[in-house]
Design a protein around this ligand. Structure first.
Ligand code: ADP
Length: 481
């Protein structure tokens, strides 16, 4: 089935003048659909509609918002198989991963339907006699939501749901590579009964639609997930704009996973395989540096290499596939270029990295493992965003912690150990927004904050009740009755 999609602007589905095909990375002969390449004028229309809808929506009842978000969450969950299949077809993660991510999106909408009812302020005593002080939270206005291709439904959900829950109007620009999932999600959102203009879908290029949002005086805040280079530029534009925009960035990672001598070997191997290679390594929380102490190093590398032989790389929708294709040719080229960089730098490509032929034309690559890596090498410092892991040998826990923290990123940091002492020390001293003990660096809950430090994130945290920091603004009122 081929989709012919439209944008949703000012309460209507709108044809675009320019369209672009969306290809299945497991089979590039399969065209998922034709999707709009919106113009800057389309984006401006959406922003104007969102601005016009804001006064009424910002005052809508919390019951109305709860009911709408609940309806969206319920429909996503009821249709998880079909939506998950569409997601896997266009992005290339396995069907199980696609359905799992869809369930996550449904759960996020249900979580924020509850949050609508829990928003609260504070009434505190004043230092001045007779004065009342109240601290309340208000919606911020029109928010621009710019999302990446690697989580086509969960990331849009964790931005759109809190934006709407706290009374904001949305202009949503999904990544060019995954418009079909964005479109299917938007159809569900639109059917749930939002007033015209509250939610707008504008599919198109970052350089056109994204830039139009950044230029607009009427977009007050931008939440972005994507690359460091784009995030940095985008934040600079938000700060330079008049008025300045609030900005939230989620970007890359170079996440360490420390394996100590006393680790359970099976746990260490499974956590590494999961976080480094599942979802084709295309997660900002992926383990890309595996930092291993000397006493377990050789046993660990042997067991991991053996385990990698059994990983099934194939069509994302084929039963039994454990790792789907890379998302597109340019990402595959990037992965391959890092394999060359790693070898040129003197690391050993211990396993994988080959291009694979399957029944259909797709971007298939065997997960790759480097050993003999030094933390100063480019493959240990730059985000690859593919199924490539680098093993760094260290002598002890202290060196492992130092190497783990020696990075310009700080999203997720993991350790595998049976020692309470090292686990506790690592939790306190890992310079990252999220720490995992005996768990993969990737894979998080949806009701707690998500985000990192240093070059990984900028601005308030996403998800859980912490999301209100970005999607509301605080007002302090003083009254002398
Ligand atoms: P990725 O490598 O994940 O595609 P990008 O940072 O290139 O990372 O893209 C993330 C999102 O940002 C996408 O939706 C993309 O279209 C958008 N984007 C890209 N360039 C710009 C830009 N100049 N302004 C605003 N958004 C942009």
């Amino acid at each position: 089935m081929t989709i012919h999609a439209k944008n949703f602007i000012a309460g209507e589905w709108v044809e675009a003048r320019e369209m672009a095909p969306d290809l299945n990375p497991s089979n590039t002969d399969d065209v998922v659909g034709q999707f709009p390449r919106a113009s800057a004028a389309d984006a401006e229309k959406a922003i104007a509609a969102a601005k016009a809808a804001f006064p009424a929506w910002s005052r809508s009842s919390i019951q109305e918002r709860h009911d709408i978000l609940k309806k969206i969450g319920d429909e996503i969950l009821a249709r998880k198989d079909e939506l998950g299949r569409l997601l896997s077809r266009e992005e290339g993660k396995t069907l199980a991963e696609g359905i799992g991510e869809t369930v996550r999106a449904g759960q996020i909408f249900l979580f924020f339907s509850g949050e609508c009812l829990r928003l609260a302020g504070e009434k505190v005593p004043s230092v001045r006699p007779g004065v009342d002080v109240e601290i309340t939270r208000e919606p911020i206005g029109v928010v621009g939501l710019i999302t990446p291709w690697n989580f086509p439904i969960a990331i849009p959900a964790w931005k759109i749901a809190p934006a709407l829950a706290y009374g904001n109007c949305v202009v949503f620009k999904p990544a060019d590579l995954v418009p079909a999932t964005a479109h299917a999600l938007s159809e569900i959102i639109v059917r749930a009964g939002l007033p015209a203009g509250v939610f707008n879908l504008v599919m198109g290029r970052g350089s056109v639609v994204g830039e139009a949002m950044l230029r607009s005086r009427d977009v007050v805040a931008v939440s972005f997930t994507g690359s460091v280079a784009t995030g940095r530029k985008l934040a600079a534009t938000c700060i330079e704009s008049d008025p300045m925009k609030k900005v939230q960035l989620e970007m890359g990672g170079k996440n360490p996973f420390v394996v100590l001598d006393d680790a359970d070997l099976k746990t260490a191997v499974e956590c590494t395989v999961n976080a480094a290679f599942f979802s084709t390594g295309q997660r900002c929380t992926a383990s890309s540096r595996v930092i291993v102490t000397g006493g377990i190093h050789d046993r660990f590398v042997d067991a991991l290499t053996e385990r990698m032989k059994s990983l099934v790389v194939d069509d994302a929708l084929k039963p039994g596939t454990q790792i789907g294709p890379v998302v597109d040719q340019s990402q595959l080229d990037q992965n391959l270029s890092y394999l060359k960089i790693g070898r040129d730098e003197g690391a050993t490509l211990k396993a994988g990295g080959e291009l694979l032929n399957r029944a259909t034309p797709g971007f298939y690559m065997a997960p790759a493992l480097f050993t003999g890596v030094d933390n100063s090498m480019r493959i240990a410092r730059e985000e690859i965003f593919g199924p490539v892991a680098a093993v760094i040998r260290v002598k002890d826990y202290d060196e492992a912690l130092a190497v783990a923290n020696d990075t310009s990123f700080g999203l997720s940091s993991g350790i595998c150990t049976t020692s309470l002492k090292y686990a506790s020390h690592f939790k306190r001293n890992a310079d990252a927004g999220m720490v995992m003990v005996n768990l993969p660096t990737a894979g998080v809950d949806y009701h707690v904050p998500f985000g990192g430090r240093k070059g990984s994130s900028y601005g308030p945290r996403e998800q859980g009740r912490y999301a209100q920091e970005f999607y509301t603004t605080v007002k302090t009122s003083y009254t002398l009755p």
